[in-house]
Design a protein around this ligand. Structure first.
Ligand SMILES: Cc1cc2nc3c(=O)[nH]c(=O)nc-3n(C[C@H](O)[C@H](O)[C@H](O)COP(=O)(O)O)c2cc1C
Ligand SMILES: [Mn+2]
Length: 482
């Protein structure tokens, strides 16, 4: 049963012992961060601050902050099941005969749930504020001591592609400048930025409509961070994830739609050509991302539910809530990556690598320099292009075990021969690259080397004890009193 809204998700977390209500007053300025940081690092519950200082509205944080909570959010016992569902669709074939067609019907019915549905109104319209409104009414966190200000950290930002009319939803942090103005930190490679660029080039539309929804049912919120191809509607993927269409309502003051069950909606526009200093911001690299010029979001209307719950997160030194959101992406997107690259067996983005700094890949190697082909393919594959360091190992290495990868990969390489550098676009958050958004990347071919790759020395086997000796010592072990 799909959650109808954020509140049903909160109830589910609570029922599973994964939510703690906090009634004492806690300051959204820095204090909530310290609570959330400690909680996630102890594997603790999601936190619902019912009395944040300075606001009437409660704050929800860490709702996705463990694999268990991700499972509750996506209503599965294991996120792998979502990957399996995707694989089923990818393997779908033309049905043979009547029986085959009949067997297909449940799948086709399920597909009906993917497409979002327009509705006339919804809970997000319970309160409509067109002139008297202020962002300061909401408990927006100032996350870290050197942050440029308070930041909205878990927004679903809706824009439209001016050429195709297709909708996009991305999660881009928003620095609160005043009661009605925020920054819009869509990084240059993201879809919001692409829509903005297209309008900038057109030169005629001075204002780009933008709508921001905060707090919804969890698959809908989660869809905003998924690395989907351009023009693939996040709301459709949300429908697939929740097994029920996302209901959308029209905004009051701009030509966009938002999920009807949203807790808070900010409607407005970005003025084409206008930028303002944004940041610094304590980011998910564990460092502050530097201040820079970004577009400005002007709010024309706020709508919200009665007593809205403000959903947020913090990022910072890993692992944080976003690590678990990313881990689920790694699992869910593997079948899609394997559609392009069937030789890939598994991938892993360890927490310390902050998604873009390290990607471990195991492959079934079939031809000389196969590992290089895989690296280059990944550097050309959607947001995987940001991978600063890719380590490719043979399929017998378990990439989920970082210690095993380090041990085998470091043994297997002749660095000068096996490390490849390339230039290309890098993540906007990379503070070490020679220029913003541009730098080098490194691929390490840590597979076993073949004679056909010019390696003519014998390659040794990994040390393993014989099974007979193992079972004999199982008995002797006890006898020896160990
Ligand atoms: C908590 C969190 C905060 C994020 N903040 C930003 C951000 O400020 N700017 C940005 O470009 N991407 C940010 N991202 C990553 C994007 O949401 C992600 O790349 C998404 O796929 C972009 O969607 P798009 O391809 O539709 O633009 C954030 C992700 C998470 C989980
Ligand atoms: Mn997108």
């Amino acid at each position: 049963m799909a959650y109808n809204d954020l509140r049903e998700f909160i109830k589910a977390l609570e029922k599973n012992g994964e939510l703690k209500r906090i009634t004492i007053p806690v300051d959204p300025k820095l204090e909530i961060t310290e609570f959330a940081d400690r909680a996630v690092k102890q594997g603790g519950p999601a936190l619902l601050f019912e009395n944040p200082k300075g606001s009437k509205f409660p704050v929800l944080i860490n709702a996705f902050a463990s694999m268990k909570k991700m499972q509750i959010a996506l209503e599965v016992d294991n996120v792998q099941l979502i990957a399996d569902r995707i694989s089923e669709y990818l393997q779908m074939q033309m049905p043979q005969g009547l029986l085959g067609k009949l067997r297909m019907l449940p799948k086709l019915a399920e597909m009906g749930s993917f497409f979002p549905k327009m509705v006339d109104s919804g809970p997000c319209k319970e309160v409509i504020l067109k002139d008297k409104f202020s962002l300061y009414d909401f408990p927006v966190l100032t996350c870290w001591p050197d942050d440029g200000g308070p930041f909205i950290t878990l927004p679903m930002v809706f824009t439209r592609n001016p050429d195709t009319g297709k909708r996009n939803c991305g999660m881009y942090r928003m620095q609160v400048y005043d009661e009605r103005t925020t920054g819009m930190h869509w990084q240059t490679h993201k879809q919001g930025a692409e829509h903005y660029r297209r309008r900038l080039k057109e030169g005629k539309d001075a204002r780009m409509p933008v709508a921001v929804a905060i707090g919804s049912d969890p698959p809908t919120m989660y869809s905003a961070i998924l690395p989907l191809p351009p023009d693939l509607d996040e709301m459709m993927i949300a429908g697939f994830l929740r097994g029920k269409p996302v209901e959308m309502v029209k905004c009051e003051t701009c030509d966009l739609e938002v999920p009807a069950n949203s807790e808070i909606v900010l409607e407005g526009y970005v003025e084409i050509g206008e930028t303002r200093r944004e940041g610094p911001f304590g980011d998910h690299t564990g460092f502050y991302s530097l201040d820079d010029d970004y577009p400005v979001f002007h709010i024309t209307c706020i709508t919200h539910r009665k007593n809205p719950i403000y959903a947020t997160t913090i990022v910072g030194p890993p692992p944080m809530e976003d690590f678990y959101m990313g881990k689920a992406i790694e699992r869910i997107f593997l079948p899609l990556m394997r559609m392009q690259l069937p030789e890939v067996r598994d991938i892993c983005m360890p927490a310390e690598g902050i998604f873009h700094n390290l990607l471990l890949v195991s492959i079934r190697k079939s031809y000389p320099l196969h590992a290089r082909k895989v690296m280059h393919a990944i550097w050309g594959l959607g947001q995987a292009m940001f991978s600063k360091c890719i380590v490719v190992v043979d399929e017998d290495v378990n990439v989920q075990d970082v210690s095993e990868v380090a041990w085998k990969a470091l043994n297997n390489i002749d660095p000068e021969r096996d490390i490849q550098f390339v230039m290309g676009p890098v993540d906007s958050l990379d503070h070490a690259s020679r220029m913003p958004n541009l730098g080098s990347k490194m691929g390490i071919d840590a597979t076993r080397k073949w004679p056909s790759e010019g390696f003519t020395r014998p390659w040794p086997e990994v040390i393993r004890m014989s099974p007979e000796v193992k079972s004999r010592v199982d008995q002797l072990w006890k006898q020896a009193g160990l």
